[in-house]
Write a protein that binds this ligand. Structure first.
Ligand code: SAM
Length: 279
């Protein structure tokens, strides 16, 4: 939804891109005339790639390795005209087999966006350490997976599970494979990724700060890919009296983008504007 983001943030002097990734949105904003991007990502590999790709913009780009829930005014160095979140995992992370996000390629079961630098538990730690009940709850809530109980039972029977292939095979064995259907482990992998990276906690903690980084008239734009995320964004905007909501209903990707990019089919964009005077 690059076009929508560009239109919404084009007038800003400074935009904080909370999910810099490969820098696609950041590059589009800089090309459109945004003065400066403060690019945040918890993933050091993403930051290295984005830094290279954005080097042509010189000192109009500043990158910070951090979780977005930790970002404060000092990182921004003033007020921002826009704050952008493009949530979830990047295609770069999915494509790097060794990071363990994908059920398509065999790798250690990791899924930590920040790698092992922060010493946080990996997907293997959760799969092998949670109780059957806890696993079923994670898979049900974060994966919208109604067969969570047989999947959790099969995982517990086959532990320890240390690779993506092993986990994908255990899930497929528990629930079967529909010819032509999506991979049966897709929802389980999504659920574990959300749990490992504490994605919903991060978003809940971060949105109230984000509004505080904006100057009057500044906009916060959030693209989410999961109904739980969208619900958090909707409530955070509604509860923040310093914000005026500009999207009563979330925007969705155009028909063309949806046809071209499967991930865009679940994307929802919400935007709110900081009231003049801040309240
Ligand atoms: C969908 S990608 C962003 C893609 C980016 N908009 C682009 O155009 O290339 C999401 C990025 O956000 C990062 N991320 C996710 N949760 C984060 C968090 N809580 N704190 C910081 N970065 C996070 C991921 O590491 C990933 O690189």
């Amino acid at each position: 939804m690059v076009d929508e983001v560009r239109q919404l943030l084009v007038g800003a002097d400074v935009v904080v891109d909370m999910t810099l990734g490969a820098g696609g949105h950041a590059a589009a904003l800089l090309e459109a005339g945004v003065g400066e991007i403060v690019g945040i990502d918890r993933d050091p590999e993403a930051l290295a790639i984005a830094t290279g790709r954005l080097s042509r913009f010189g000192d109009r780009v500043r990158v910070v390795q951090a979780r977005f829930s930790e970002v404060d005014e000092d990182d921004v160095g003033g007020v921002a005209g826009g704050v952008l979140f493009d949530l979830g995992v990047s295609s770069m992370q999915l494509d790097e087999a060794e990071r363990g996000f994908s059920y398509r390629e065999d790798a250690p079961l990791d899924m930590r966006m920040a790698g092992d630098s922060a010493g946080e538990p990996s997907a293997a730690d959760l799969v092998n350490g949670l109780s059957e009940r806890e696993l079923a709850d994670v898979i049900y809530h974060f994966g919208d997976e109604r067969r969570s109980r047989p999947i959790a039972a099969a995982i517990v029977r086959k532990r320890p599970i240390t690779t993506t292939d092993q986990l994908a095979g255990v899930v497929a064995g528990a629930v079967g494979r529909r010819p032509g259907g999506p991979h049966p482990a897709r929802r389980t992998f999504q659920a574990l990724r959300i749990a490992v990276n504490r994605e919903l906690e991060e978003l809940t903690a971060s949105l109230p700060h984000a509004a505080g980084l904006l100057g009057p008239g500044g906009r916060v734009v959030v693209i989410s890919y999961h109904s739980l995320e969208d619900g958090i964004v909707k409530r955070a905007f509604r509860d923040d009296t310093s914000l005026r909501i500009l999207t009563k209903k979330p925007l969705i990707a155009s028909q063309w983008e949806r046809a071209d990019n499967p991930r865009a089919r679940s994307a929802k964009l919400r935007v709110a504007r900081r009231r003049d005077g801040g309240v």
